[in-house]
Design a protein around this ligand. Structure first.
Ligand code: PMP
Length: 401
């Protein structure tokens, strides 16, 4: 018998299991609304033209090599990523109290942030929104933190449960890490208004709670990178010391390059070297030093004004197509008089819609119609196209009737 005989099967990772089932499915009408990855109106992945252009230049550049990067990553990338998040004229940047650490996607940033907080700040509890991106809980608990939830979504009213959120934050112990979705909340597609953010900031400042901002969708909510950074910039302006986990998977379409930045903002510049040194120790034991390809691409585009403008347009193209799919889906559901108010589809932002479909209704979508979506009712709007929207709407109508 193998020494591994007693190893237990773990739970499946839902979104990857869905993609596998979708790939194996031979039904011609099949639709993948599971994975949060942008698709063109032909239902194809999109390599951003700006990314292709930079990759071509890189292929011809004789000065590039495959040497190790520093443990904290490519300096030009880290600086450019922080500027994108905070705005280049942000006082925190001008006062040298911002640092970036290159990490393996948004996921790597969250893991690094939590590890750092646990080891160096004695953090014991992390709060995640209910519901949230599934990996928040597992990352925080793997790092040994107790995970608690703050209310976020009102399932009956299909809107933010702000009173619940406020109550839960007020009850959080001092020093608790609060994981916040900086923009385009996953899975609900509903963000706080600026006056709600202000109230959250008031409570967090008063109760000494630590903001860990997860920013995986900058540009995907409004199409405008600065507008989508508003909540983060507001917290910085309020004087918080905080971490922001930036992912470039979605807004550069660099999903498998695993490129992210952990942006650190402090009150004073003196503490930056000691934070960086502790973060480097953690990086060294997990991935030692990060990969180069994605960082080069992002830094090259962000540092060249013309490329930057072109890339911004391409982000706008993605955000706009998704918004159009929202309008189309909503109006078709209304035309069919499918029971329910479908306003929420229109009002939600970013890559996802939280449809309100029950687990049983989702089962009909998957089993009968080969439309793959998460059991909590979340769909990726980027998987909808002008060609499959009628099929999806008909299926929703049938699942609900
Ligand atoms: N946070 C949220 C809210 C996400 O939706 C995602 C990606 N699905 C991530 C973080 C992680 O992104 P990455 O793939 O860059 O690790």
């Amino acid at each position: 018998a193998s020494i591994f005989s007693d190893v237990k099967m773990g739970p499946t990772i839902e979104v990857f299991a869905l993609t596998r089932r979708y790939n194996e499915d031979t039904c011609p009408e099949k639709v993948n609304l599971g994975v949060g990855a942008y698709r063109t109106d032909e239902g194809k992945p999109w390599v951003l033209p700006m990314v292709t252009q930079v990759e071509r230049q890189m292929a011809l550049d004789p000065t590039l090599n495959h040497e190790y990067l520093p443990v904290a990553g490519l300096p030009a990338f880290r600086a450019a990523a922080c500027r994108l998040m905070l705005g280049s004229d942000n006082p925190a940047i001008l006062e040298n109290r911002v640092e970036g650490i290159q990490v393996q996607g948004g996921t790597g940033g969250i893991r690094l942030a939590i590890e750092f907080l646990k080891r160096n700040m004695d953090s014991k509890v992390a709060y995640v929104s209910n519901p949230t991106w599934g990996n928040h809980k597992t990352i925080a608990s793997s790092a040994g933190l107790e995970v608690r939830q703050y209310r976020y979504w009102h399932p009956k009213e299909l809107k933010v449960d702000f009173n619940g959120l406020v109550e839960d934050l007020k009850a959080a112990p001092e020093g608790a890490v609060i994981i916040l979705h900086a923009v385009a909340h996953n899975p609900t597609g509903i963000d706080l208004t600026m006056s709600q953010w202000k109230e959250v900031a008031d409570i967090m400042q008063k109760r000494k709670l630590f903001p860990l901002m997860d920013c995986a969708y900058q540009g995907f909510a409004s199409g405008d990178l600065d507008a989508d950074a508003e909540a983060v910039r507001y917290f910085v302006q309020r004087g918080f010391e905080l971490f922001i986990c930036q992912s470039f998977s979605k807004n550069f379409g660099l999903y498998n390059e695993r490129i992210g930045n952990l942006c650190i903002v402090t009150k004073t510049p003196e503490v930056i070297p000691q934070i960086r040194s502790q973060m480097e120790i953690i990086c060294r034991t997990i991935w030692s030093n990060p990969s180069h390809h994605g960082a080069r691409i992002v830094a090259t585009i962000l540092d060249n004004p013309a490329s930057y403008q072109e890339w911004k347009q391409q982000v706008m193209t993605m955000a706009t197509r998704i918004k159009e799919m929202r309008k189309m889906m909503c109006s078709k559901l209304r035309q069919k008089k499918t029971p329910g108010s479908w306003n929420h589809i229109l009002e939600q932002i970013g890559m996802f819609s939280f449809t309100g479909l029950s687990a049983d209704q989702v089962r009909i979508m998957v089993e009968k119609y080969h439309i793959y979506m998460l059991s909590n009712g979340r769909i990726s709007m980027a998987g909808l196209t002008t060609k499959n929207v009628d099929y999806v709407v008909d299926a929703i109508h049938d699942a609900i009737e």
